[in-house]
Design a protein around this ligand. Structure first.
Ligand code: MRU
Length: 355
């Protein structure tokens, strides 16, 4: 196993959550010590932590912080306060579904506990820690399954950041690439910049450097050229939410990548944990697409000058939908799924989920 890159870690001594501050990268590897619900809420809001699985784990700890800050001695009232905290968190990043699934499960388990308010607080901390460990174990399974698809000498096109930063440790799509590299396969990655927040050039390139995996950053719009001219063997990306039919909602630009890959007969895979699957959405049509502040688009500069005229307007769609027909396979912690995705996903539907 190569270097570990733990982006979210509970520090038992200080009783704080230590996260890598993704806003400081790549210039500086800086940590943020989170000790309150509000600090954790803000870290998710301003994208100091981002990536669907990482947001979910931070959200789990945020629930614990909310319970720790509540002064009530009544377990029912404490549970209610935790539920309110969850509702506030869910409004922050409406597309990524992992937060909803992980915190929903935690509250279901917590409400089954019979004990004092302090027992409930302790239980919430345990459940958050378990969620973090589970994310890492899940990523390793995804990585092992997915690495089978990669061959020595492969050229891979990867979108956004799906590494340890986005997923506690190891990563999903980037974890697949890491695993193949650690297995001795020589792989090279084309890293899309991923405008406007540059998760590719700021974060994925930085992670690949830490792992010693060769890469080149390309502008997002170069993908079509690379795919049409046979420079890419496989396209890999993550998912923020997957519908029951296999439609993938992921970082904006994913659809165009998948479309160009499909048109050129190049396999495209989405890698994600089962917590990213929203079995209640038959297709991605009704899944909310987060629209972020236009300032993220307009803040770009070119040679130190604003890249848009003063007073310019912008729309900042953070995600898009890739119809399942464009995908060759879905890499999950339960194996690689091939079409028909609806049928093959449905057998993995967990029983007794919170509705
Ligand atoms: O807006 P972000 O940076 O949170 O979006 C992240 C992505 O789109 C990732 O591809 C997705 O969350 C999977 S991360 C393992």
């Amino acid at each position: 196993m190569g270097v570990w890159m733990r982006s979210i870690l509970w520090d038992a001594e200080s009783q704080q959550l230590r996260i890598i501050n993704q806003l400081a990268l790549p210039a500086e590897l800086r940590y943020l010590d989170l000790k309150t619900f509000t600090e954790t809420f803000e870290a998710i809001k301003n994208m100091a932590v981002r990536g669907a699985p990482a947001i979910a784990v931070c959200g789990a700890f945020a629930l614990y912080f909310a319970a720790r800050e509540s002064v009530t001695r009544d377990p029912a009232a404490l549970l209610e306060a935790t539920r309110d905290a969850r509702e506030a968190l869910l409004r922050l990043r409406p597309t990524a579904v992992n937060l909803q699934q992980v915190t929903g499960r935690i509250l279901q388990q917590a409400s089954a506990l019979e004990g004092s308010a302090d027992d409930l607080r302790a239980h919430l901390l345990e459940l958050a820690q378990e969620a973090a460990e589970r994310a890492v174990e899940t990523n390793l399974l995804i990585a092992r399954y997915g690495a089978e698809l990669l061959h020595d000498g492969d050229e891979i096109l990867h979108h956004c950041n799906t590494g340890a930063l986005a997923a506690v440790d190891y990563g999903t799509a980037l974890g697949v690439i890491r695993m193949a590299h650690e297995q001795g396969k020589r792989v090279h990655v084309y890293v899309t910049e991923t405008r406007p927040c540059l998760q590719g050039s700021r974060l994925t390139a930085w992670e690949l450097q830490q792992y010693g995996i060769p890469y080149d950053i390309v502008v997002d719009s170069a993908a079509g050229y690379l795919l049409r001219t046979g420079k890419v063997d496989r396209v890999l990306f993550g998912a923020d939410r997957v519908a029951a039919n296999g439609d993938v909602v992921n970082k904006v630009g994913t659809y165009l990548l998948a479309l160009a890959a499909y048109d050129n007969g190049i396999p495209a895979y989405s890698a994600f944990p089962l917590d990213s699957v929203d079995f209640d959405s038959p297709s991605a049509e009704a899944i909310p697409i987060e629209e972020r502040d236009p300032s993220e688009v307009l803040a770009l500069t070119y040679r130190g000058l604003p890249a848009a005229p003063e007073g310019a307007r912008a729309r900042n769609y953070a995600f898009d939908v890739t119809p399942h027909r464009l995908l060759s396979g879905l890499i999950t912690d339960r194996g690689i799924l091939y079409p028909p995705f609806f049928r093959n996903l449905s057998v993995l539907k967990p029983h007794g989920r919170e509705e």
